[in-house]
Design a protein around this ligand. Structure first.
Ligand SMILES: NCc1[nH]cc(CCC(=O)O)c1CC(=O)O
Length: 308
């Protein structure tokens, strides 16, 4: 039996694909695993903020098309980049154990975001990170920052920014956690929906592959991912909106916190709900509906119609 893994060719994507290949070989020593590198639209358009070029699906589409053409069997994704809708016949078949979901602050000069002086330049293209910083520090200048993790760190170290924010998970995977000056706690910077999980996508009728890959599924991570993605789906939010969702399992209960705001972090809708693990998805939906009825609906409509 052979499994072909489709992957983008950034360092992080390759690390993730190799990690999954190694895990599969550990469980099934006779399995042949092959990596197939695919260049996506998201890898080609590097100079425009993702929110403007149509969002995260850009990193996934070409890989899904290769899967539908039977050129690869599975795709390994950072789950936070995976849209909530799949092409007919494809879907998630495993969620791996969550890596640290928090965001991290990197800087050459400053130990923390609070230490940054008025007028300092913070790099991030994430509307979620931007809005949550603006809630506390309207005096910091936030500028777009794209590219893969190495490129972003190079731009910081060349002096284009006084600080940048990246996902701690990606830094840890690449062995770059030594660059981190401050880890942002989830109550200060609510993480992105599904930050830190890897999601494995496959053809849903490919029983053999599904059976093999299912050994990598981590039950608690799957529950948390489901709650967060149900929240995201109900808000119909991509990365065009400042939106965050983060769940935890505490004392056998699922707790989910959601966040939606306008682009400047002035009108903020944030709430938490708790429920049983079995109700993960309905809890995510309920939380999204609560935020919408609290006023997030108007904010989202304004952003989508371009009046923001
Ligand atoms: N937006 C790009 C992206 N997609 C996934 C990760 C790594 C973290 C993860 O796997 O959730 C990153 C980098 C970042 O946000 O700093």
């Amino acid at each position: 039996m052979r499994i072909r893994i489709g992957t983008r060719k950034s360092k992080l994507a390759l690390w993730q694909a190799n990690y999954i290949a190694d895990q599969l070989k550990k469980h099934f020593p006779d399995l042949e695993v092959e990596l197939v590198k695919i260049v996506t639209k998201g890898d080609k358009i590097l100079d425009v903020p993702l929110a403007k070029v149509g969002g995260k699906g850009l990193f996934v589409k070409e890989i899904e098309e290769a899967m539908l053409r039977n050129e690869i069997d599975i795709a390994v994704h950072s789950l936070k980049d995976v849209p909530t809708y799949f092409p007919e016949g494809l879907g998630l078949v495993a969620i791996t154990e969550r890596e640290d979901p928090r965001d991290a602050f990197l800087s050459v000069k400053y130990n923390s975001i609070e230490d940054m002086p008025e007028g300092a330049v913070l790099g991030t293209s994430s509307l979620r990170r931007k809005a949550q910083i603006m809630m506390k520090r309207k005096d910091i200048r936030i500028e777009d920052l794209r590219g893969n993790v190495d490129t972003r760190i190079r731009k910081l170290e060349e002096g284009q920014y006084d600080g940048i924010i990246l996902a701690y998970a990606g830094l840890k995977r690449l062995g770059l956690e030594g660059k981190v000056r401050q880890i942002l706690q989830p109550d200060y910077m609510i993480p992105a929906v599904a930050q830190g999980f890897l999601g494995i996508e496959a053809r849903l009728d490919d029983e053999k592959t599904r059976e093999i890959v299912s050994v990598l599924n981590h039950r608690e991570s799957e529950i948390r991912a489901k709650a967060e993605r149900a929240f995201l789906k109900t808000l119909e939010g991509g990365c065009q909106v400042p939106l965050a969702g983060y769940s935890e399992i505490v004392n056998g209960k699922l707790k989910i916190t959601g966040f939606v705001s306008d682009l400047t972090g002035d009108r903020v809708f944030r709430d938490s709900m708790e429920g049983s693990l079995e109700d993960a998805e309905s809890l995510g939906v309920k939380l999204a509906e609560k935020l919408l009825s609290d006023g997030a609906k108007e904010v989202l409509e304004e952003i989508y119609s371009g009046s923001e």
